[in-house]
Design a protein around this ligand. Structure first.
Ligand code: MRU
Length: 338
């Protein structure tokens, strides 16, 4: 990968602008708390773990930028940034998990000076990032063992380095399985309307892993014609009962995999498992601007006044899942050992 997905540069964060890839590899500088809010909301950075990491750096940025203010002003600005970041995207629990960690660092040592707070918050953001890199490594190794030699695999959205700032979740497993000669070819769905499949193609292309980008509508045809060993997908939130919220299109892929006897594997770090959320029905599903559907790329293909529905995620029930892979190992899903 040419430029790093994100990198802390002394007093600000630089991030690859994912809205421009793969045609342009261009970075954006995030130097004010509102830059972080816009980058997450506009999906310049995206993917559940990366959203959490970038939000953590956003809180540190607010502290650094205000460390010479009186404590009351400093505190008010840090808390406002926490609230603004929490309002960016509702589904990925990693965002709220990371913000809670940042808030605890602040609240647990409230008597520190603004400068001390800023140092501690930046160290915490770096720690959150580092832990994700480690989790990705362990997940890759745990998941690769599930893929038989010479397999074709299927995936959705982008779950690679661009989604975690490490090696990735589902795509990290695919990279590791490819290194172990277990992956012959990856089929990756385009993932309308935001086309995260182009990001997956970019990562696979760079690493010379054989792949084909396929229309979302072709998954049924693919599974009925090609031998596919497994679908491997990420997650934005896993409820206590094992239901999984992930990119829109995941549920229909899981249904088709069950129909064709293809393993359906969900890969996610532990902080994606939300014990406080009882079932998939309790997960807030983000609905994004209808223009994302009215447009193809930058071009409107539907007049503004035409009605559309644009849910960004769906929920796959536990019964359709073969395995959950995390940094701690592999757990069975509701499809058991079939
Ligand atoms: O809307 P996005 O692109 O942020 O959605 C990303 C996904 O749904 C991923 O599959 C999920 O975050 C897991 S990635 C590690």
């Amino acid at each position: 990968m040419s430029a790093p997905v994100i990198s802390w540069e002394k007093d600000h964060l630089t991030a690859l602008d994912q809205t421009k890839l793969p045609l342009r590899e261009q970075s954006v500088e995030l130097a004010r708390p509102e830059d972080y809010v816009h980058a997450i909301r506009d999906m310049k950075v995206r993917g559940a773990p990366l959203i959490g990491i970038v939000a953590a750096y956003g809180v540190a940025q607010a502290a650094l930028n205000n460390q010479n203010e009186q404590f009351a002003v400093f505190e008010q600005r840090v808390r406002r940034t926490l609230a603004n970041l929490a309002a960016t995207r509702p589904t990925a629990v990693n965002l709220f998990w990371a913000l809670k960690r940042m808030q605890s660092v602040f609240d647990d040592n409230i008597l520190r000076s603004p400068q001390e707070h800023a140092r501690a918050l930046l160290a915490e953001a770096k720690a959150i990032h580092g832990e994700q890199v480690e989790a990705d490594r362990a997940m890759a190794s745990n998941g690769a063992a599930l893929i038989p030699k010479g397999s074709n695999v299927l995936t959705i959205c982008n779950t690679g380095a661009l989604a975690t700032g490490g090696e990735g979740t589902a795509l990290g497993i695919i990279f590791e399985a490819h290194r172990r000669k277990r992956v012959k070819r990856v089929f990756a769905t385009e993932t309308r309307p935001r086309m995260q499949g182009r990001l997956t193609a970019w990562e696979l292309h760079k690493r010379r892993v054989p792949y084909k980008l396929i229309p979302d509508t072709s998954v049924g045809a693919l599974l009925s014609r090609e031998s596919i060993a497994a679908a491997i997908v990420g997650a934005d939130r896993i409820a206590a009962n094992g239901d999984v919220a992930n990119k829109i299109g995941t549920y229909q892929m899981a249904v088709l995999c069950a129909r064709h006897g293809v393993k359906f594997i969900v890969a996610a770090p532990r902080n994606t498992f939300d014990k406080e959320c009882p079932t998939g029905a309790d997960i807030t599903i983000e609905e994004r601007n209808g223009d994302e559907v009215r447009k193809v790329g930058r071009c409107f293909v539907l007049p503004k006044e035409y009605a559309v529905w644009n849910p960004a995620f769906d929920v796959t029930p536990r019964e359709l899942i073969s395995h959950y892979v995390s940094q701690e190992g592999v757990e069975p899903g509701g499809r058991g050992n079939e």
